[in-house]
Design a protein around this ligand. Structure first.
Ligand SMILES: NC(=O)c1ccc[n+]([C@@H]2O[C@H](COP(=O)([O-])OP(=O)(O)OC[C@H]3O[C@@H](n4cnc5c(N)ncnc54)[C@H](OP(=O)(O)O)[C@@H]3O)[C@@H](O)[C@H]2O)c1
Length: 403
C-alpha cells in the first residue's frame, strides 16, 4: 500500500467529510501539508514570478511567460458598458448552455436562449425560468435576434444546425464557441464563419455544472480564450469580457487550434480514456492473481481518488512521493519511467489521430446518428455493470462520509 503519512491521511479524511468535494484540493493542501512540506508548496508558487497591473498578470510558467487575465479586469459595470448594445443568444441548453446563459444573465447582460422547440433542452430551459417568446426561442429566431451568437450546441449538432444558423450570422455580429472543434475542422463540419463577423472562443475547463456552481459561490472556473477573426478590432477585449461574463475566474489565451487539439487529447487521454484503461488493467491483473474485488478496487481506484490524487493536485507529484513510505517512493520512482515509455507511443498515436482529423470524423459520424443517446447509454451501462465499478459501488458506501 502506498500511503501518505498516517496523520496526514487522517486530517485529509476529516477534511473530506467536512468539506464539499469541490473544495477538497484546497482543504487537502492546507490540512495535509506537514510543516516541512509547506515551504516547498510556497516556493513552487513563488517560482511563478508575477508582474501585475490590475488583474492582468504575466506569469512565468516554469520559464515560459504567459499572460493571464482575471475577473477583476472586467467588473460588472465594465461588462455592461462593453455589451450595452448586445443581445447574447445562447444556442443550445446542454450543461454549458445552461451555465453560461444563467451566469451571463446574472452578470446583468441581456441574454436569450435558442433551442429546438419542444425538445429536452426546451423543457429544461422553461424549468430554469426562460420564457417562450420573451427569452426562449427556436434556434433560427434566437440567431436572428442575437448580436452575439453563442454556439453551444453539441459539436455534432453544430454541424447539423449550421446551414439554418448561417443566414442569421450577419455583418457586425459576433460568433462565439466554447470549443475550437467546429471551426478548426471546418472541412468536416462545414462551419466556415462569414468574413465580416468577429469569431471568438471562451472554453471553460470543466463541466457546465461546475461553471455554474463556482459562479454561485462567487468564484470562477479557469477558461481558455481565443480569437479566430477580429473584424471589429474589439474581438479580443470582447472575448475576455465574455469569458468573464459566462463565469470564468482566470482566462488563458490560446488559439482555436491549440484549444481543440489539447482538449481532445486530454479527454481521450489522462482525463478519461487513459484513466479508465489504466484502472482496468491494474484491477484485472490483481484479480487474475487472486486478489478480492474490494482489495483490487481499493488499491486501484479508491486510494487514488480519495487520498493520493487530491494530494497530487494540491501539492504536486514530488510532494506526494516525498510524503509516502520509502518503499513506495523507491517503487514509484523505478516504475514511472516504464509506464512513461509504454504509454508515450499511445499518446503520440492519440495526438496524431486528433491532428489528422480522424477523431473529429468519428465523433461527428457516431454522434450525428439518430440513436446517439441510446448507443451512449448502452456503452456507459457496460462500464457501470463491470465488476470493477460494481465493486466501487459497495466500496463507496463504506467511505467515512457515508457511515
Ligand atoms: N460539457 C462540457 O463540460 C464542456 C466543456 C467545455 C466546452 N464544451 C463545449 O461546449 C459546447 C456545448 O457542450 P455541452 O456539453 O453543453 O452540450 P451537449 O450536451 O453536447 O449538447 C447539448 C445541446 O445540443 C443540442 N443539439 C444536439 N444536436 C442538435 C441538433 N441536431 N439540432 C439542434 N440542437 C441540437 C441539444 O438540444 P436537444 O436537447 O433539443 O437535443 C442541446 O441543447 C460544445 O462545443 C462542447 O465541446 C463542453
Amino acid at each position: 500500500m502506498l500511503a501518505p503519512s498516517r496523520s496526514a491521511a487522517r486530517v485529509v479524511a476529516r477534511a473530506v467529510q467536512a468539506a464539499p468535494r469541490r473544495a477538497l484540493s484546497q482543504v487537502a493542501a492546507r490540512a495535509a501539508a506537514p510543516a516541512a512540506a509547506r515551504p516547498m508548496a510556497v516556493a513552487s508558487t513563488a517560482a511563478a514570478s508575477r508582474v501585475a497591473s490590475r488583474g492582468v498578470k504575466t506569469i512565468s510558467f516554469a520559464g515560459t511567460k504567459e499572460t493571464v487575465y482575471e475577473r477583476a479586469d472586467f467588473p460588472k459595470e465594465k461588462l455592461a458598458e462593453i455589451f450595452k448594445n448586445d443581445t447574447l443568444a445562447v444556442i443550445g441548453y446542454g450543461t454549458q448552455g445552461m451555465a453560461q446563459s444563467l451566469n451571463a444573465r446574472d452578470n446583468g447582460l441581456k441574454v436569450i436562449v435558442g433551442v429546438r422547440e419542444g425538445g429536452h433542452s426546451w423543457k429544461k430551459a422553461v424549468q430554469d425560468g426562460w420564457v417562450p417568446g420573451e427569452t426562449l426561442f427556436p434556434i433560427e429566431e434566437a440567431c436572428a435576434k442575437g448580436t452575439v451568437i453563442m454556439n453551444l450546441l453539441s459539436d455534432a449538432g453544430q454541424k447539423l444546425a449550421w446551414d439554418a444558423m448561417r443566414p442569421h450570422i450577419t455583418q457586425g455580429k459576433t460568433l462565439y464557441f466554447s470549443h475550437g472543434f467546429g471551426v478548426v475542422f471546418h472541412d468536416q463540419t462545414g462551419i466556415q464563419p462569414p468574413k465580416d463577423v468577429d469569431v471568438i472562443l471562451a472554453a471553460p475547463k470543466g463541466s457546465g455544472a461546475t461553471v455554474r456552481s463556482l459562479f454561485l459561490e462567487g468564484r470562477g472556473i479557469n477558461s481558455s480564450v481565443a480569437i479566430y477573426q477580429d473584424v471589429s478590432g474589439q474581438a479580443r477585449e470582447r472575448a475576455f469580457a465574455l469569458g468573464v461574463a459566462i463565469g470564468s475566474g482566470y482566462l488563458y489565451e490560446t488559439t482555436f487550434k491549440q484549444e481543440v487539439y489539447s482538449d481532445l487529447t486530454g479527454e481521450r487521454g489522462v482525463l478519461m480514456g487513459a484513466l479508465q484503461g489504466m484502472f482496468l488493467a491494474q484491477y484485472e491483473v490483481l484479480r487474475a492473481h487472486g486478489h478480492s474485488p474490494s482489495e483490487a478496487f481499493n488499491e486501484t481506484v479508491e486510494e487514488a481518488t480519495q487520498s493520493l490524487y487530491p494530494l497530487v493536485g494540491a501539492n504536486g507529484m514530488d510532494w506526494m512521493y516525498s510524503n509516502c513510505s520509502q518503499t513506495a517512493q523507491r517503487g514509484a520512482l523505478d516504475w514511472a519511467p516504464k509506464f512513461h515509455q509504454a504509454t508515450k507511443p499511445v499518446f503520440e498515436q492519440l495526438y496524431e489521430a486528433v491532428a489528422n482529423g480522424s477523431e473529429t470524423r468519428r465523433t461527428l459520424d457516431v454522434n450525428s446518428r439518430p440513436d446517439v443517446r441510446e448507443r451512449l447509454t448502452r456503452e456507459l451501462k457496460e462500464i457501470a455493470d463491470s465488476e470493477m465499478w460494481q465493486a466501487g459501488v459497495e466500496v463507496r458506501k463504506l467511505r467515512p462520509e457515508n457511515q
